[in-house]
Each structure stands twice: as C-alpha cells, then as structure tokens.
Design a protein. Structure first.
Lengths: 743, 177
C-alpha cells in the first residue's frame, strides 16, 4: 500500500502532477467540510454587504486608500519607524523571510523566552516562523483554534481567515483523540472548544512572549488594527510582557482615520458578520500594566514590529502583482469561488496562500512556479464584484499563466513559432488547442457530419485525451452542418425597426447548435429589432483563459475593429455567449489601448434577452403582447441557471425578469458557477473537480422539481453542456424558450 | 443634510443589533439604586468580580455597587485571571453592528477579557450610528488603546458555532438612559 498523501506533501504544486494529486486528496477528504463552511461564509457575506448602505462607495474609498498607501510606501515606512520607536518600541524591516525569522528568534532568545503564544498570522506562515523557533528550543503555542488544529495535524492553512476550514467536527474529534490523552469528552463543538480553551489558557498565563499579525498599521502613530472572534489575539497582546507583531509592508496606511472603511468592509466581506467579535486598536506597548501570573517575575511591556518585504517591493514594481498588495485578506474571493468551495486551499492553494488571489501572493513572495495552482481559477469572475478593494483577480491569474506559459520549453514551440503570436507559441499543446478552438471548430463544421462521427470514435477520443487533454468522458458538442454565418444570409430585414443590432457570430454560437442563434434572431426580430450577423471571429476569451495574452490581444483588436463599424452605423452589439460578451464588457480594458472604443463596446453590447428587456422596458410595452406563455408546449415551469460571467456583468437579472414578465414560473440556481466554466471541465485533469462542482447545481434542479418537472434553461454554452451531462436531459437557451412562445 | 438620528432610535437600533450578536441588553434609568440592581442581577451567581472604575460616569452613580462584597479590591494578577465576572465602562457603542467600544487601560483590558462574563456600562448618548462615525476627527479616546466588542467571543473552527472561547462567554450591556 502506498503512503497516504498528506496536505503538506502536495503543498508545493510547481509540478502539474502534484496539483492533480492535491485535487484528488481534497475531493476525497476535505470537500464536504470546505463546501459547507465556505458556502456559509458566502451566503452571510451577501447578506452583510447588502446591509451596508454605501457598499460601493466604501469599496472605492478602501481601494483609494490602498492605492495611495502603496504608492507612498517608502515614506510611510519611515514615518512608521519613528512612530514605533518614539514611545520605546522596536521597528525592524525584514528584507526576506530569513531575516524576519532570525530577528524574532534572536529577540526571544535575548529574553530567554521558552514559551510563545501566537495569534493567527499568515505572514508568520509565509516566513515559516514556527519551525525556526522550535529549532531554537522555543515552544510555540498557536492559540487560534484553527491554527491549533493545524499545529496538531501538521498541515498548512487551507483558507486565509479560517485556516482549518477543511476540518469537520468529526475529523477534529478523531485527530484530538489520536493525539491527546485526556479524560475530557471531545465529541461536540463545545467539548472540543472547552478542551482547547483550558489547555491554551494555561499557555497564555505562562507565556513569555506573544506574537500576532496585524490587519492594518497606521504610520502616523504606530497603531495596529487586529480583527478576530475568539479573543486569543487580545490575550496574546495582553498577557505576556513581550509582544512581537509581524506583518507584510503592504498593511501600512497613513493613520487611524483610514481604518474606518476597512472596519466595515473586512468582517462583512470575510465571515459575513457586521463586525467580528473583537476589533482591537492598539498602540503598543499597550497602556494596560504588565502582568505576572503565578509567581512569575514582572517585566515591563516591550514591543517589536517586524515588517516583512519578502518580495513585496518587487510586487510593487510589477503592474500586475502590485494589485495583490491592495488585498486585505478578507477571503471573499475564496468563498465566492465554485472551485474553491469544492476543494479548498489544499488543492486550490500553495504553501501559504490559497484561492484566486493566492497565486499572486505565492508568485510574489515565493517563485512563479509556486503559482501553478492558479490553473484552478476558471476566470468565472464571480470573485470580482465581491472584492472590497476591486482587484480583478482573474486578470492577475491570466497574467500568471501567461508568464508560466513562457517558461515552458518544448519541441512543439519551435515548430509552431510563427503560427501563434510570440511568446504564446511556448504554451503547452492543450493550451494551444483550447486557445485556438475556433480553428478546429471551423474545420469540424466544414467536415460535418463526418467530423462528428470521427469525433465520437473511441480511438479519436483516446488520441484527443492523450494529446490535448480533452477528457474522454465528456460528450463533445456536435458541429452543425452549416455555421451561423452561412444561415445568416437568409435573415430577413425588419422594416421600420425599433432598433438595429449586429449579432456577433461568436465561435460557440457559430459552430454550435444552430437552433440557439436562430431562436435569438427570431426573438429579436419579434421585438422589432433589425438583425445583421457579423463575421465569425474569436473575441479572445479562449486565448485569455489559457494565459495567452498576446493572442487574446490580437483577437480582441480584430473583433473590436469589426464591431466598431457596426457601432458607427448605429447598431448596438448583441452577443449570445456570455463569456464572449464579458470580454467586450469587462476584459477589453486590459487588452485594447483605445479607451474610447473600449467604453463604447462596454456601453453598447448586450446579452440577447437583456436587450429585448431593455427595449420593452423603455417602450413600457407589455412583453405578454409579444410572447404568449401558453404557446410554449412544455409549460410555464422553468429552472434557469445564469452564466457566471453573465452574473458579474449584471446581465442575468434582465433574463429572469423578462421570462417572469412573460408569465413563466422561474426557479433559479444560486450556485456561483456550474463547474464547466468554458473549457475547464473538458480537461482531463479537472473532470472530477468539474463534476463535483456541478453537483450543487444538479441538486438544486432536483430540489426545484420536487413539486413537478421544469424545463431546464441556461445561457452559457458550457453551462448547457454541464447541465445536460449532470441531468441527462435537454437544456434550452432562454431565447429558445421565448421563441417557443411566438406565433 | 439630514439631522443626526435621535438618541432613542439609536438605542433601539443598538439593542436590536446587540441582541442579534447574542449579547444581552438592559435599559435602566440613571440612578445608583437602579444601576446596582441591574449589576446584581447581571452578576448573579458570581462570587468574585473585577470592577474597573469608569472614567466617564459620575462616581456617585456607582456608590451602592462599589460596596458589593463580591468585588475584589486591588486584585492581584492571579485574581484578575480567575474572576467570574468583569464590569467595565463602554465609552461608546455602534448602533448598526451592536458593538460596544471599551478603552483598554488600567484594569479594563483584563476585566473585559479574562472572565467568562463581561458586563459593560454604556451611556445612551454615546451610541453612534456606524463604526466610521467614531473615526471622525476629534472622537473621544480614539488615540488610545480600545476595542470594538461585538457579542461574546465565538468560534466556528471546531465545526459548529460555539460561543465562549478565550474571551467572555457572555456579554451583558447595561444602557444608562
């Protein structure tokens, strides 16, 4: 029997096979607890931020504070040094992890410290502090209960604010029973908490020193802001006479006045509470007199602030990684991520940091290869509206991938040099395939139905799996006998139109099931819209998702040039595939230099039903005059799953509103993403994960159908494929449903 | 500009929010007898109580309670860490979140943290609408060490949500109207 894989053994995922191993480990052992806990955080966050009356303004304010603080960082650090040393504190700027470890170890050894209590600090994890102190003979007691569990289990954190989020109560009980000899019961959350509390209370009272992190630091007076719910950080700061705080340099802001928006955003975005139990504002050494419990000698209070660079100043000079320095470590991007919800940070994470933002942190404080786990970011973008400092996390991951692609060396890259914009030719074959799907789709459509027949042969599937990593278990979409652009020749003109649009022949609609785009055209025409179909061009999504940014730029430039002419003749742009639409609305700002055109495309591109809803609303027309629900043969009960990127760009509510206004009874999914996420779920390495993510959606279908069957409806091509795979039933696009209500 | 919310509506909002955090809240008239009765009720069953003398309340208001024999005068550090209740002042509170703000100096840091029960005395007029209002320039006490306390200490690290971890298991707020 082979030894069981431990989380530590797969913490470093610079090798792709380790990533696959880690996914398997997490899906087997950790998924249920991670799913339950992250989804609870996620629901609570939606509730908490909805209660903030000026949530968007707070985010802008927080973002502005961080941008300015990082810009002025050197000056702020000088000011902070004076603020700490003036009242007798000690300030140390550690250039790297080793300097931070050595400094703290030496301070503790100078004080003859034998026992240190610690509050949760990701920065101390990053610099591997515990190992160093233990080597020096100092006992380290982690006092955050999650860190306590991890210390017992010898595992790395799997979540930035709830490091043991992957542990169920049952697993903690088993772990403690294995580890501790105690007469105390350990069978409920209360039991376990009491056991840990009593054990740790002894440590607090006996500790020679306390080590904490800091959520924010004020340069003007050296104040720390510390957020927690258990009281262990307060104990760590209060009980022992020596306090050492360790934090990354990016935590510094000008003054306590700048703490304001973060106080309101941090807990709401993280645990989803209005505030955590304790938010402390301390200017150490603290005012409270020092203690000496149980006959110890009383020592005056002493404070050391250890600020860690460890790559952060290089991140500051990097236009992409600089964004990560704005991160306040709230975990909203982890909790809102469907993949993270399913496997947690031991798969979707590195040695210290995890989740969507984690790749940038691992790359910035470690090596680029450590960020390979960012492959689990599907670019679904659900984290983007949740980030309190407005970091475009998928864009950071696109860039990490781009940089990783460029480190690949293969014979293939020499062969195809010239076919793909440099330096994208260095990408591995599967990435080249998925990024250039339009080439294969065009060929497949030309050769259909022969290509569909060949595509279904077991041998072809085996070959495709071996060469480009396309999982054999996935049913491939059939190529149509004629692409949309050919069918479009027969699209009739609408006379005296209410509006005119250009329907982008996106790759997936053009080379996919023709019923969908034809239904879109019928629905638009019924609403009085004159439709013309554009040429088929890849808009750049496929390339961007593989981290082939040069290719994505080239695709974006061509598409923008094509659409510009339609805009000039007064046509709005309608895009069927939400991921393609999101390129126009969200991603082109990163890819195109022409800011005016980017803004124009953002404002004048629409999802089909969103466009119809907009027109009807503007005209104050009753949709029921156009669309008669009684005509839809399968009946008025629908289950609708909107696409992740469609949600992020705000194009989902209109579809639901229109369907309801027409008279449909619509049950909706509440999952962030279906799990297919473009090409992600087709890949062999990620098939199991993709299906596990989809499980939530499939269960919601079952739940919504307890009182009777519903027609399944989804807007994204990959959502449709995923729902079909999970339910073995037909799935319609909303436009097909509406087309079914027309005379 | 809209007028600042009336004290009474802030008190009500605070009370609702604090109860949602599983704190208990009591509103009493501002008299030594009423305050003493409230404190005796809140600390029922406690034999050793740490009392951190408030700075922002008239000394006379606590004249009766100060004579309570359960209070430990000049506690040693070991007595601080083994008391059953701590009584402190809250210099401010936040209506939206149900949080109280406690200045951490002298004995208040220990009295608000080490015992299983924390009882806080709050003047109704010191409740503000939201956290950021306290950060407005000139707010009292903000240059010093203080803490926003929102309900009892809690954890979800051991599986289900458990209240009462390293900090107090119960938080009782007495609002002086």
């Amino acid at each position: 029997m082979s030894a069981a894989v431990t989380p530590r053994a797969v913490a470093n995922k610079s090798d792709r096979r380790t990533l696959v191993k880690a996914i398997r480990l997490a899906l087997g052992l950790e998924s249920a607890a991670v799913r339950h806990n992250t989804q609870t955080f996620n629901r609570n966050r939606y509730r908490a931020v909805a209660a903030l009356p000026d949530y968007d303004a707070l985010k802008d304010e927080a973002r502005g504070i961080k941008e300015r603080a990082i810009a002025n960082l050197p000056a702020l650090l000088e000011q902070l040094r004076d603020s700490i040393t003036a009242p007798g504190g000690h300030f140390f700027l550690a250039r790297d992890a080793a300097q931070a470890r050595d400094y703290i170890r030496d301070v503790l050894l100078r004080h003859h410290a034998r026992l240190v209590v610690k509050g949760k600090s990701m920065t101390s994890e990053e610099v591997r502090l515990n190992r160093e102190l233990e080597r020096a003979g100092i006992e380290v007691a982690e006092t955050d209960l999650a860190e306590f569990i991890l210390q017992v289990a010898d595992e790395q954190p799997s979540h930035v604010i709830a490091p043991a989020i992957h542990y169920s109560r049952e697993r903690i009980t088993a772990l403690f029973k294995r580890t501790f000899e105690t007469g105390l019961p350990l069978d409920t959350g209360e039991d376990l908490t009491r056991f840990a509390r009593e054990r740790l209370r002894e440590k607090f009272l006996a500790a020679d020193a306390g080590i904490t992190g800091a959520n924010l630091i004020a340069a003007a007076d050296g104040s720390l802001m510390l957020v927690e719910s258990e009281g262990n950080i307060r104990m760590t700061c209060l009980c022992p006479p020596l306090h050492i705080a360790i934090a990354g340099v990016e935590k510094v802001v000008p003054s306590r006045a700048e703490f304001g928006p973060f106080v309101e955003l941090l807990a709401a975005s993280g645990t989803g509470q209005p505030l955590s139990s304790y938010t402390s504002f301390l200017r150490p050494p603290i005012e409270a007199p020092p203690f000496a419990f149980r006959g110890q000698t009383k020592h005056p209070r002493e404070f050391h602030l250890v600020l860690v660079d460890n790559g952060r100043f290089s991140m500051r000079d990097d236009p992409v990684l600089r964004e990560a320095l704005y991160c306040i470590r709230c975990s909203a991007c982890l909790n809102s991520c469907a993949n993270f919800q399913t496997v947690g940070g031991h798969a979707f994470g590195g040695e210290t940091y995890s989740g969507g933002i984690g790749g940038s942190w691992e790359a910035g404080t470690g090596t680029l290869e450590n960020a390979r786990f960012n492959e689990l970011c599907t670019g679904c973008s659900r984290c983007v509206p949740q980030c309190p400092v407005r970091i475009d996390i998928p864009w950071l991951n696109d860039n990490l991938r781009d940089r990783l692609n460029q480190r690949e060396r293969s014979l293939l890259s020499e062969v195809i040099a010239g076919l793909v914009p440099p330096p994208d030719h260095r990408a591995r074959l599967p990435k080249l395939f998925f990024a250039n799907y339009h080439v294969f789709a065009a060929l497949g459509t030309r050769l259909a139905p022969l290509s569909n027949w060949i595509g279904r042969l077991p041998l072809s599937r085996l070959l495709m799996e071996k060469t480009v990593g396309l999982d054999r278990r996935r049913e491939l979409p059939a190529f149509p006998s004629r692409p949309l652009t050919r069918l479009a020749a027969s699209v009739r003109r609408v006379s005296d139109p209410r509006a005119k649009v250009a329907l982008l022949a996106d790759v997936y609609s053009n080379y996919g099931d023709a019923r969908k785009p034809l239904a879109v055209i019928r629905v638009l025409q019924a609403a009085g819209v004159d439709v013309t179909v554009t040429a088929c061009l890849p808009e750049g999504r496929a390339a961007l998702s593989q981290g082939m940014i040069a290719t994505a730029r080239a695709h974006a430039a061509k598409t923008a040039a094509l659409l510009k002419d339609y805009l000039a003749e007064g046509r709005d742009i309608v895009v069927i595939e939400p991921s393609a639409l999101a390129m126009l609305r969200r991603d082109y700002r990163h890819l195109l230099d022409n800011a005016e055109l980017v803004a124009l495309l953002r404002e004048r591109s629409f999802e089909p039903l969103q466009y119809v809803w907009k027109l009807l609303s503007e005209a104050q027309a009753d949709p029921r005059e156009l669309f008669q629900v009684e005509r839809f043969a399968p009946g008025p009960r629908l289950f609708y799953h909107s696409h992740c990127q469609q949600k992020t760009i705000g194009a989902a509510p209109a579809t639901e509103a229109l369907l309801r206004a027409v008279g449909f009874e619509v049950a909706t999914s509440s999952v962030e993403c279906c799990g297919m996420a473009g090409s992600f779920g087709y890949k062999k390495d990620y098939y199991e994960l993709s299906m596990a993510v989809g499980e939530d959606l499939f269960q919601q279908v079952a739940l919504a159908e307890q009182d009777g069957a519903r027609t399944l409806v989804a807007s994204g091509v990959s959502c449709i494929d995923q729902l079909r795979a999970g339910t073995r039933r037909p799935v319609l696009h909303p436009a097909e449903v509406l087309a079914g209500t027309l005379a | 500009m809209s007028a600042p919310p009336a004290v009474s509506s802030l008190v009500e909002e605070f009370e609702r929010a604090a109860i949602a955090t599983v704190a208990t809240v009591e509103r009493i008239p501002r008299s030594p007898e009423a305050l003493n009765q409230a404190l005796v009720r809140a600390t029922a069953g406690c034999e050793r109580i740490i009392f951190a003398e408030p700075e922002g309340l008239p000394a006379g208001l606590l004249a009766v309670f100060r004579a309570d024999p359960r209070l430990i005068a000049n506690p040693t550090d070991d007595q601080l860490s083994s008391a059953q209740a701590g009584v402190t002042e809250a210099f401010a509170a936040i209506a939206r979140t149900g949080s109280i703000c406690v200045r951490l100096r002298g004995m208040t840091a220990a009295a608000s943290l080490l015992a299983p029960l924390h009882v806080a005395l709050l003047r109704a007029e010191n409740i503000v609408a939201r956290p950021r209002d306290l950060f407005a320039a000139g707010a009292v006490g903000l240059a010093q060490d203080f803490v926003f306390i929102t309900g009892p200490s809690a954890t979800a690290d051991m599986g289900p949500l458990v209240r009462g971890v390293h900090g107090p298991h119960r938080l009782h707020v007495i609002i002086l109207e």
